[in-house]
Design a protein around this ligand. Structure first.
Ligand SMILES: Cc1cc2nc3c(=O)[nH]c(=O)nc-3n(C[C@H](O)[C@H](O)[C@H](O)COP(=O)(O)OP(=O)(O)OC[C@H]3O[C@@H](n4cnc5c(N)ncnc54)[C@H](O)[C@@H]3O)c2cc1C
Length: 493
């Protein structure tokens, strides 16, 4: 059995594990990250994909969370510029909340954001054309901005950076046992090759919805957590234009309808409380709820057969009573152990948006534990690919690269820039002699597949179709099957 040792073993390579690994490696700690599945294989690829303050959390008085999130919106907009885009949301005055309440909420949202690179909220002028599409037509609406992000790639890029800083990243490696051993935890990690031991001074449990199961490995019963499933569906475009909608529902929930690629909309989310994380998966009731919201708003009903992709994620919400809608999105962090001995940190809850701050707070506690005085530097360090690739510079970068590689398929270079930012030029140089390679459909070409297998820990066809890219959405079932067969034959990487 192989044996490794480290300062920190991070259990879970979702966004929180990735953020902690990056911050820790940047502060000089020796880090191992393991995940029993793919990077961002769970909640961190199943979000609504917004870097946002969370307008609806104002209603619950969570001003601190909204303010922190809006500050992080600025930071992530800068350090992950290639993965985000500004997104305008239209909030029609459909009567569930009075117009004055919406206006007041948006003014507060703007104030809490402070100095921001996004436009302020506004009341849309009468006759704004999109409103006429609603059923029944609505006379007035407000609009505000947040950022849209590729959640899985944000997680991946964060870990690529952590690796560049020295972290060892081990996807498909499950923590299956822990035992105290002097001033360390003896951790047993199982991957396809067998079992290995990792001796860690401190374990950080960021296993998301499976956090309690990881606690149980050391015989600890975790405090209660509420598991609330959210399902999204992707349907063919409901209308032209790049605006997203925030549709208020009679049950006071809100449903987002967000442009997804060139020809689809992402619609979500539901809130279904489940007793176990292993029951995760879209239900008929959730599909019907989302389709009913679309029918109610746009009068046209995509049928269940029109659903191109659906995914579910689970929020482990901290805090007991009330409805899932009103439960806190804050996080809870606990730390056991004494300086000079072994430590164990557990984290529950949180948001994609606040992962960097969560990591900073975790590391501030861990540096004290390790007797170090290293400070957080993650807000000032761009993620790999973010150089020269923010929303304003992206078309320029794509044009320059398209001119340099004029023989490559039209649109592909553009899509690559959206996923890999400034790393696209290295990807294309490595692919140069073979060109784009085989065309799998949906915008997926062999050169990118091989890049992801070599540099991004992609290990299965699904890793490519749904997380390294979202090309699976644009492929037919036959194309997806053909790609999976090709992958199984070739085992690229
Ligand atoms: C429906 C929905 C929509 C959301 N939308 C947004 C949004 O728009 N904006 C926003 O800011 N936030 C959003 N969130 C919240 C955000 O997605 C989560 O807070 C975040 O993804 C949680 O990341 P995590 O790393 O804690 O957990 P996860 O991503 O679930 O990662 C935990 C990892 O632990 C691994 N693991 C489990 N057991 C073991 C083990 N024994 N050994 C090794 N690994 C293990 C799992 O495989 C998993 O990969 C949303 C959440 C949901 C559910």
């Amino acid at each position: 059995m192989s044996r490794d040792s480290c300062d920190l073993l991070i259990v879970g390579a979702g966004i929180n594990g990735a953020g902690i690994a990056r911050d820790a490696a940047l502060r000089g700690f020796d880090v191992v990250v393991c995940d029993r599945g793919d990077i961002a294989g769970a909640t961190s690829s199943a979000s609504t994909k917004l870097i946002h303050g969370g307008l609806r959390y104002l209603e619950q008085g969570a001003f601190g969370l909204v303010r922190e999130s809006l500050q992080e919106r600025e930071t992530l907009g800068r350090i992950a510029a290639h993965l985000v885009r500004p997104q305008r949301f239209i909030v029609p005055h459909t009567g569930e909340r009075p117009a004055w309440m919406l206006a007041a909420g948006l003014t507060l949202y703007d104030l809490l954001a402070g100095t921001t690179c996004l436009p302020r909220s506004q009341r849309l002028p009468p006759g704004f054309p999109l409103l006429g599409r609603l059923q029944p037509a609505v006379g007035a609406a407000h609009a505000y901005y947040d950022l849209w992000v590729d959640d899985a790639r944000l997680t991946l890029c964060t870990l690529i950076d952590a690796q560049a800083l020295g972290a060892r990243v081990r996807p498909r490696s499950a923590l299956i046992g822990v035992a105290p051993d002097g001033d360390r935890w003896r951790c047993t990690v199982r991957d396809a090759a067998g079992e290995a031991t990792v001796m860690a001074r401190c374990v950080v449990n960021v296993a998301g919805p499976w956090m309690s199961a990881v606690e149980a490995l050391r015989g600890v019963v975790a405090p209660p957590v509420r598991l609330v499933q959210g399902t999204h569906i992707v349907v063919p475009r409901l209308h032209d234009g790049e605006d997203a909608w925030l549709l208020q529902q009679p049950d006071r929930r809100v449903v987002f309808v967000i442009p997804f690629g060139d020809d689809a909309h992402l619609v979500g989310t539901t809130e279904t409380e489940l007793p176990s994380p292993d029951l995760l998966g879209a239900t008929d009731t959730e599909r019907r709820y989302l389709i009913h919201c679309l029918t109610r708003a746009f009068g046209q009903t995509p049928s269940e057969r029109d659903i191109r992709w659906e995914f579910s994620g689970m929020r482990p919400l901290v805090g007991g009573g009330g409805s899932a809608r009103t439960a806190s999105r804050e996080y809870r962090m606990t730390m056991d152990g004494e300086r000079g001995g072994r430590g164990w940190m557990s984290i529950q809850g949180g948001k994609l948006t606040t992962h960097r701050r969560l990591a900073e707070q975790a590391l501030d506690r861990l540096t004290v534990f390790f007797g170090s005085d290293a400070r957080c530097g993650t807000a000032d360090r761009l993620l790999p690919g973010a150089e020269d690739a923010d929303a304003a510079q992206r078309p320029d970068l794509a044009r320059r690269l398209s001119e340099r590689h004029a023989d490559l398929p039209a649109g592909w270079v553009n899509a690559l820039v959206g996923r890999h930012g400034s790393m696209t030029s290295t990807l294309l140089e490595q692919a140069a002699s073979g060109g784009a390679g085989r065309d799998f459909g949906g915008g997926l070409y062999e050169a990118e597949v091989r890049w992801c297998a070599r540099h991004e820990w992609a290990h299965s066809a699904d890793d490519l179709l749904w997380r390294r890219t979202k090309c699976g959405v644009g492929m037919s079932p036959a194309q997806r099957e053909a790609f999976a067969r090709w992958w199984a034959d070739q085992r690229p990487g």
